[in-house]
Design a binder for this molecule. Sequence first.
Ligand code: ADP
Ligand code: MG
Length: 381
Amino acid sequence: MLAPAAEALGVRFSVLAETADAPATQVISEVTVGDYTDFATLKAFAETVDVVTFDHEHVPPEHLQALAEAGHAIRPGPQALIFAQDKILMRAKMDDLGLPNPAWATITSVADAEAFAERVGLPFILKTPRGGYDGKGVRVIEDLAEVSDWLEEMPQLLAEEKVDFTRELAVMVGRSPMGQTAVWPVVETWQQNGVCKEAIAPAPGLPADKATAITEAILKVAGALDVTGVMAMEMFETPEGFLINEFAMRPHNTGHWTQDGAVTSQFEQHLRAVLDLPLGSPAAREEVSVMVNVLGADHEDLYQPYFHVMAHDPAIKVHLYGKSVRPGRKVGHVNAYGYDRDSVLARARHAADFIAGVDVDPYPDIPAPTHLAADDEKETL
Ligand SMILES: Nc1ncnc2c1ncn2[C@@H]1O[C@H](COP(=O)(O)OP(=O)(O)O)[C@@H](O)[C@H]1O
Ligand SMILES: [Mg+2]
């Protein structure tokens, strides 16, 4: 999804892909197939470009450090990226910066887990510090017996209190090497079994002072870590405020709505930021934008249902990734936007479910958009 943005910006773009049939190879002509954990492969690739960036966090930090020391422009730099790679280092950094963390502890023994359970009670959350995504690497611990088998596989785990959140939120910023920043509106997100399913922009009913505190927090992190590119901050909203969950330093699922709903998409902004170009406006184009993921279900061939959705709702935007369908796998997303949240949400949910093959009415009853009665009502949205 970075490729169309690169093309529009007139930027030569090449990819180091894991396999010859990785989705990126379908849309990028300059492809090197190689292992991103192998230093020689990374080094040879870095020699061919001016700037190196990422679409996941799993490149070994020590390799990135060595490339940066050899003079390659790695953006975001390893000194920042490490806090999106390692959740224990991230928790400690948030404490240093005085930003709101849930209660947490590093767990290296069953005794540590017992002490943590005494502090916060059961159940609590246990995470692998590195390598997790889509809820893989996150467990709810109901019984301390579940800790020991995991400790055998991994020397260090991160324990967190199980936050009783009212909802999950996310926010994204773009930041360039010259230090320019642009923050998109805060969104409400919904994770199903640890997998992002929906994002609503802006987060419905979020009080302005909370949105400001969240914006200030992400700007503080971006500045303190000298982040370049786009960064997402996931949060838990609580009645008192918010707690930080984690960071991603790349275009992120909770920012997909910006492709159709914001003046500048996260993909364009990421390239502008890593290339040290002036940033684009992060303003929303519409009152409400909704992104719903298409998670693999019954349809293996997504074309026929896609065809129907396009005909049924010409204003919906469907983005498919060219991945083979597996149950629960993210294979695409849809964006809908407009001025009436209930209607936009219903349209986006229906389109995503219908494409995936969830058993839904092909011709659903979508609530008609309610027209805004007066200008003062518009201001409260
Ligand atoms: N401390 C916590 N309390 C309650 N729920 C949590 C906690 N940590 C994670 N979760 C839930 O699990 C999801 C995935 O956890 P996260 O740390 O974001 O992992 P991933 O790297 O897989 O996205 C979160 O979006 C949230 O729904
Ligand atoms: Mg997450």
